[in-house]
Design a protein around this ligand. Structure first.
Ligand code: IPE
Ligand code: IPE
Ligand code: MG
Length: 251
């Protein structure tokens, strides 16, 4: 008996002509990844940021249209201030490097969430990145930053109420499509697949409206270890699912 298992060709599991249009990822497990190695949590966040770069680049290579990642939630401010500062610093570093390579990568970058409480330099970098990449045609990467699904819905409800008060909208004619236009994700199709690494089986306030009919994929693998192979497994699992959207199929 050989002692090693031959490496599985996970790419062969995926039909790249039938990819989901939009994949969303809850990038969770950085802290546990660091703890397992006796490292500070911030080292886990650095490894997670590096992995985000790898996965986003790969999504562009395979021709995915939209990738949405949960980077920092409206609840993550509860964490120790040094951890929050380290995450903000890593985001800054990531964006500075992304801007340098932007012309070559042609990745369109958007941000979901209220950017106003972020450190000024980070907020400006987000705006700059969004502006420069506005017309790029590679994968659209949406970074959820100070994002919460409930916060997004409250903001949408407020904006809609204001439009009603000023006569620009009529509550009796509000449709799902129209309401979607008030969300951070306006114009972006709902995610087909939502992936949560790290073994947690919860949504943690991510894309509450948009994930109504998304397929879910969970794995115990921690985000910094979520490799292209793991992405292949998630895509293959998605392709085996039967989406019914409440209807019936003649299988
Ligand atoms: C996800 O990893 C990153 C953020 C929430 C910012 P965590 O930091 O939540 O890692 P765990 O869940 O503690 O392992
Ligand atoms: C969700 O992970 C938020 C991000 C990955 C950015 P959390 O680690 O904050 O979620 P909980 O606390 O386990 O639900
Ligand atoms: Mg976590």
């Amino acid at each position: 008996m050989p002692f090693f298992k031959p490496r599985e060709n996970t790419a062969a599991l995926v039909d790249f002509t039938r990819l989901p249009r939009h994949v969303a990822i809850i990038m969770d497990g950085n802290g546990r990844w660091a703890k397992k190695r006796g490292l500070p949590r911030t080292a886990g966040h650095a490894a997670g940021a590096e992995n985000f770069r790898t996965i986003a680049t790969y999504c562009k290579e395979i021709g995915l249209e939209y990738l949405t990642v949960y980077a920092f939630s409206t609840e993550n401010w509860k964490r120790p201030s040094d951890e929050v500062a380290a995450i903000m610093g890593l985001l800054k570093k990531y964006l500075i490097e992304a801007i340098e390579k932007m012309e070559r990568d042609r990745v369109k970058m958007c941000f979901f969430g209220d950017l106003s409480p972020l450190p000024e330099d980070l907020r400006l970098l987000c705006e700059q990145t969004r502006e420069i990449s506005r017309h790029y045609d590679g994968v659209q990467v949406n970074i959820c930053l100070n994002y919460g699904g409930r916060d997004e819905l409250i903001r949408a409800a407020k904006a809609f109420a204001m439009d009603c008060a000023s006569g620009r909208a009529d509550p009796n004619h509000l449709s799902e499509g129209q309401f979607s236009g008030y969300l951070f994700s306006r114009g972006v199709p709902d995610p087909d697949l939502v992936i949560r690494p790290s073994g947690e089986l919860r949504i943690s306030n991510f894309l509450l409206w948009q994930s109504a009919y998304s397929e879910f994929y969970y794995t115990d693998v921690l985000w910094p270890d979520f490799s292209k192979d793991e992405l292949h497994r998630a895509l293959a699992a998605y392709q085996r699912r039967q989406r019914r959207f409440g209807g019936v199929t003649n299988a």
